[in-house]
Write a protein that binds this ligand. Structure first.
Ligand code: FPP
Length: 265
């Protein structure tokens, strides 16, 4: 919980968590934060627990991070929950991961509705178990009119796969005369991606010390600021999120005056 977080000593004295949040809100916030939630297996391994215990603990972290992102006024929080490559994991682990959206939304959906959070999903629906899809669809339907944070689950999602599908759909639309090849530009291409409703992430966080993208939002991350942390996802705290945003703001400040030249989009 937020109030359990420590006071922080700054050059100006001690800063409470609420003051820290207010200070962060005074500066430019990332509108879209994307997170590669990595390290669940290692978290479990360190405790001699089965990998699924790490995934369960990881699922529990989604709640406080969503709450804080919403409180900060972040517009979109995209979470990489299951990749197109994750199907090759042992069946038992895959089955367990596929049950997490139901468990999470079963318990947390009323609060998401209440807190004005909108649930979205990007990824291929076809291969998802019916119950998983049903739970996500219900959450999307029940929160459709919410106007606060969008909590976007990347589920059965892969960046290369997304680009290939975009190309196929573009070719189809050229074939039917809906668009012409002259219409293809960066923004039209973005419209064919699964993230077309959202602006590109401003900040990408990857936990667990791995420094790679693992096929995540390859097109959309072209100008994104990356923050890599050694913290394993089940240990990722609200304080870690604040730290990542502060790091983003330091980088933004450095280039602020030259934004159009230095960090053009
Ligand atoms: C990568 O860690 C993590 C995943 C493949 C799954 C992430 C899913 C969650 C955190 C829960 C999602 C919650 C909802 C509500 C859908 P890893 O297993 O690769 O960890 P390791 O690299 O330490 O083995």
């Amino acid at each position: 919980m937020l109030n359990k977080m420590k006071l922080r000593k700054t050059s100006k004295g001690t800063e409470s968590i609420e003051e820290r949040i207010e200070n962060i809100k005074k500066q430019e916030l990332p509108k879209h934060i994307a997170i590669i939630m990595d390290g669940n297996g290692r978290w479990a391994g360190k405790r001699a627990l089965p990998r699924i215990a790490g995934h369960h603990e990881g699922m529990k972290k989604v709640k406080p991070i969503t709450r804080l992102a919403n409180k900060l006024g972040i517009e979109v929080l995209t979470l990489y929950a299951f990749s197109t490559e994750n199907w090759i994991r042992p069946k038992m682990e895959v089955d367990y991961l596929m049950k997490l959206p139901q468990e999470f939304l079963g318990a947390f959906l009323p609060e998401l509705v209440e807190e004005n959070v909108r649930v979205e999903m990007m990824g291929h629906r076809e291969k998802l178990p019916e119950d998983t899809l049903k739970a996500v669809q219900k959450a999307m339907d029940d929160t459709r009119d919410n106007t606060g944070l969008t909590l976007n689950f990347a589920l059965n999602y892969g960046g290369r796969d997304e680009i290939i599908h975009a190309v196929q759909n573009i070719l189809e639309d050229i074939g039917t005369g809906k668009i012409s090849n002259k219409d293809i530009a960066e923004d039209t291409f973005s419209n064919y991606l699964m993230s077309s409703k959202f602006q590109d992430p401003d900040l990408l966080i990857r936990t667990s010390g791995e420094i790679r993208l693992s096929n995540f939002m390859l097109w959309q991350l072209a100008y994104t600021e990356f923050v890599f942390t050694d913290v394993l996802w089940p240990d990722f705290s609200e304080e870690d999120l604040l730290q990542a945003i502060e790091e983003y703001q330091r980088r933004s400040r450095r280039y602020g005056g030259l934004k159009s030249e230095g960090k053009e989009k």
